[in-house]
Write a protein that binds this ligand. Structure first.
Ligand code: ZN
Ligand code: ZN
Length: 179
């Protein structure tokens, strides 16, 4: 290494930042554990990982808000009750909406969505009303199964990214305070 630490100009550099190559002293090299990285670059990485986590969470958050608003303004389920039961109703609806895609996704691993019956021409029999009926039953069954599976899948899918986000926020604060 040549020269001194970019931050502690009296300290001799012993390594350099993995990302930008700035010289780091012993303390700065060990500051973030196994990775030799300067504050600015670590802050950059932190921002990137936060953006990644938040973009993963956004569809579920939007569905949650959408479900809650739909319950309040369109479906008006539970609207006769007091304000608390209205809020609970809206939250539950949001929860069901946010969980649904995850439930559907999980089920699709072993339960393929029934294909809409079509007449494929020579060699295939004609599509009958029964085919449409079975298709419809298949869709409805999977739909309701996805709603229920989604109730369990949602917290399982979101808990890890939420904890990661909290951790990233803490690290961000720590980096900024150390500057
Ligand atoms: Zn750097
Ligand atoms: Zn230093």
């Amino acid at each position: 290494m040549n020269g001194n630490c970019y931050k502690h100009t009296n300290e001799e550099a012993v390594s350099e930042c993995e990302d930008c190559g700035k010289s780091l002293c012993g303390n700065c090299s060990r500051k973030y554990g196994d990775i030799c990285i300067c504050d600015e670059c670590n802050l950059n990485r932190n921002t990137k990982s936060q953006v990644k986590i938040i973009s993963f969470l956004i569809p579920s958050i939007l569905l949650f808000i959408g479900g809650a608003l739909l319950n309040i303004f369109v479906l008006k389920i539970n609207m006769q009750g007091d304000i608390l039961s209205k809020i609970i109703g809206a939250l539950l609806m949001g929860y069901v909406f946010a969980g649904f895609p995850w439930g559907w996704r999980f089920l699709s691993k072993f339960w393929s969505t029934p294909k809409f019956p079509r007449y494929y021409g020579d060699g295939y029999r004609l599509v009958t009303g029964i085919d449409y009926l079975f298709w419809w039953i298949g869709i409805v069954l999977k739909f309701f199964a996805a709603v229920f599976v989604g109730l369990i899948a949602l917290p399982l899918v979101l808990i890890e990214p939420i904890f990661k986000l909290i951790k990233a926020k803490k690290l961000e604060k720590a980096i900024k305070n150390s500057e």
